[in-house]
Design a binder for this molecule. Structure first.
Ligand code: NAD
Ligand code: LMR
Length: 430
């Protein structure tokens, strides 16, 4: 498969725009591979049919550079890589990713609440290279409550004992400013989780204080427009709003709350129901709040290129089973596990961060991003939309037809977000 791709690329003089139009790949299961990329490191590319067959998609700059490098590697023209990165041709020739990683500047990632359940699953994915790839070093900035720092020491020992080649430094602190000093990404996980019988609204005030404080610290210590903040701690959308309103130096577009877990849950249910591969399902969207009012919407979804409603041919299942299942999955996991989802949440956060960094190559995903009033939603809320990431920017998919049925569902979840916003008004200074 890879050698076929290379042959294609070479035969088109590395003209990637042409390449993407010309290639028709056979249907294969999705597989991710990493390529040494631009200064930010390797790019995750999917050698799946949809990615390559070129239905008008555009490769973003990172992906183009990575492909050029991939071609250089395949064509054994390592000198160009040496020139570009100052990393010797020999290392590229031997695909010695460990040594390449040693010579690059690290991406700094702050993670809060690292002694918790999500933190434990998340840190290993970041440090092993499954977030940015095997040639990109990372520095982890770990923030926890003072009383929990001894436990974090244990986490640090285990991280170091894992001997991950891309793990450059670890900073441990209970001081938010120190944790956010110069970071590229801040993954705000630390917060109290919901327990059985509790609604997300109950957490609102308990956790608001944390995000106001951390917003202020991000404002003072992070890299302004070059820092991206992903909020996981619940209620995630409103916590993102609180953090952003306390961080005027960072553009509101650089904040996001994770609804990728809901998105992944929806995809998983569609796969189970239809037998389609995940690769065959596109244009699924989660609208609104990361809560039971969210709207998992299959109105635009295509399964093997056909409208999902036609393929499913079972509106009753969509309304009575699918939508409630995705909306209430968090509570269902809590009831079954006795604690809230952790590994799947970490995985969703990895997916969402990687997409932001490397782009989705024109594919839709879902994320709660800053609303500028799109689809009639109140400006300033963090609302989950269909988004495409490109060039480290999230763009909301525009001009979709919205039916009365959809409008009602969007309004219901917006209403909840407005109530949450009003409930934390004292933490929204700007
Ligand atoms: P956990 O209780 O296992 O861990 C939370 C950690 O955060 C604890 O170690 C705690 O000491 C730490 N913490 C609390 N306040 C902090 C602060 N001010 N600074 C730094 N650390 C702090 O919880 P968890 O299971 O890891 O979940 C974390 C959060 O993520 C919860 O709010 C949970 O509801 C939420 N969550 C969100 C999603 C999502 O998709 N958005 C999914 C699952 C869980
Ligand atoms: C989830 O969706 O699993 C988490 O947000 C936990 C919760 O409280 O539902």
């Amino acid at each position: 498969m890879l050698s076929q791709l290379c042959t294609k690329f070479r035969s088109t003089s590395y003209n990637l725009a042409t390449v993407s139009k010309n290639i028709t790949m056979p249907s294969t299961p999705r597989r991710t591979f990493f390529l040494p990329g631009d200064n930010n490191g390797p790019v995750g590319l999917y050698n799946d049919r949809d990615y390559w067959k070129g239905k008008g998609f555009v490769l973003d700059e990172n992906a183009k550079k990575a492909l050029e490098e991939y071609i250089a590697i395949q064509s054994k023209t390592y000198d160009s890589l040496e020139k570009k990165y100052g990393v010797s041709a020999d290392l590229w020739r031997n695909a010695d990713y460990r040594l390449i990683a040693d010579q690059r500047p690290p991406i700094k990632v702050a993670v809060t609440g690292v002694a918790g359940a999500i933190g434990y699953a998340l840190l290993w994915r970041i440090a092993s290279g499954s977030l940015f790839g095997p040639t990109v070093p990372v520095s982890l900035h770990l923030l926890e409550l003072p009383a929990i720092l001894p436990k974090v020491k244990g986490v640090e020992m285990e991280l170091r004992d894992s001997a991950f080649p891309v793990l450059k430094d670890i900073v441990i602190t209970d001081n938010a400013e120190k944790a956010f000093e110069g970071v590229d990404y801040a993954l705000l996980v630390g917060a109290q989780p919901r327990t059985a019988g509790m609604e997300r609204a109950d957490l609102l005030l308990k956790n608001a204080e944390i995000f106001a404080t951390q917003g202020k610290a991000l404002n003072r210590a992070a890299k302004g427009k070059d820092t991206r903040v992903l909020v996981v701690g619940n209620p995630a959308n409103t916590n993102a709003l609180i953090a952003q309103r306390n961080a005027p130096n960072i553009p509101p577009e650089n904040f996001s709350a994770i609804t990728r877990l809901d998105h992944n849950r929806g995809l998983a249910q569609l796969k189970l129901k239809t037998g389609a591969t995940l690769n065959d399902i596109e244009k699924f969207v989660i609208w609104g709040n990361h809560s039971a009012t969210q709207f998992p919407d299959v109105s635009y979804t295509l399964i093997n290129g056909k409208p999902a409603r036609e393929v499913l041919n079972d509106d009753n299942w969509v309304e009575k089973t699918f939508i409630p299942c995705v909306q209430k999955r968090g509570a269902e996991v809590i009831a079954a596990r006795g604690s809230s989802s952790a590994a799947s949440a970490a995985s969703a956060l990895i997916d969402g961060t990687r997409d932001w960094h490397y782009g989705t190559q024109n594919k839709w995903t879902s994320a709660a991003v800053y609303s500028n009033g799109e689809y009639g939603i109140t400006k300033g809320l963090y609302f989950s939309y269909p988004v495409i990431y490109q060039g480290k920017k999230a763009t909301i998919v525009k001009d979709l037809q919205i039916s009365e049925y959809q409008r009602e569902k969007l309004k219901a979840t917006e209403k909840e977000l407005l109530q949450e916003r009003d409930g934390v008004a004292k933490h929204l200074p700007n």
